[in-house]
Unconditional design. Structure first.
Length: 259
């Protein structure tokens, strides 16, 4: 059973791909078609991945997508930390070799596994992460670092380019969030809602063309829905996704200061 405390929820998992339990963020359109669209949408956008350097990892050669510097998400690796009541919070793009063990451990927490469905060997989590890191830049896995300590896992993704867009009236540059609170001592204290507000603020501050941030927690995960409401999101609709019935939660740029 999921936790019942409105602030005890470990997080909201992704919309699973039918038959696999993994997030379907890298479905059609194909990479080349998507980059062709991107080239028209963003002047100077690359037609193929290029190499760059991850901020915080000087000299490390990585692709645009793996580094979190894809133009599709307005370069999350360069986003500055946010000061919150819980401490200084930063989204740091995942480095597979460095971060896999801790993320896999979190995925094997029963409270997390109930919604993320990624329990098992490290290879299960690795496949999930690699599908994003080696993808076309629509989805970026990140560690949530609070006061210098990695304590949560996040996925920032282009909802308008995701299969989720088939299930709601998408707008260009809609940005989605998935998260889990990894360490149990950070659950049940309202930290999730605080960080959801901070993360959505980071998206709106750094993605000027994005007018709203979305999430789609499982309707059964009432603590997660409550955390989003506490973070300034509004309940928009129930949506039937391949493996779950979800609550579509939206935080609008125009109303962000009022909630």
């Amino acid at each position: 059973m999921p936790p019942t405390d409105a602030h005890a929820d470990p997080g909201t998992g992704p919309a699973p791909r039918a038959g696999t339990g993994a997030e379907d963020t890298l479905d059609s359109p194909g990479t080349h078609e998507l980059l062709a669209v991107l080239a028209e949408e963003i002047p100077g956008a690359p037609s193929t991945p290029s190499t760059s350097v991850v901020p915080g990892a000087p000299g490390a050669p990585v692709t645009e997508n793996a580094a979190g510097v894809s133009e599709l998400l307005d370069r999350p690796a360069a986003w500055q930390p946010a000061t919150t009541p819980a401490g200084v919070f930063q989204l740091v793009p995942v480095r597979l070799g460095h971060d896999l063990a801790v993320i896999s451990r979190w995925m094997n927490d029963p409270a997390v596994a109930a919604f993320w469905e990624l329990a098992g060997a490290e290879s299960v989590t690795a496949e999930h992460l690699r599908s994003q890191l080696d993808g076309d830049g629509r989805s970026l896995p990140c560690l949530g670092v609070l006061s210098g300590i990695p304590m949560s896992y996040w996925e920032i993704y282009r909802a308008d380019l995701d299969p989720l867009a088939r299930h709601y009236p998408a707008r260009s540059h809609d940005t989605g969030i998935h998260l889990l609170i990894g360490e149990i001592n950070n659950r049940g204290r309202g930290v999730g809602a605080t960080l959801l507000r901070a993360a959505s603020d980071l998206v709106l501050d750094n993605r000027p063309l994005c007018t709203r941030v979305l999430a789609e927690p499982d309707l059964r995960n009432t603590p997660s829905v409550a955390a989003f409401l506490s973070a300034g999101f509004r309940f928009s609709a129930e949506v039937e996704l391949p493996d779950k019935r979800a609550a579509l939660m939206i935080r609008d740029r125009v109303h962000r200061a009022q909630l």
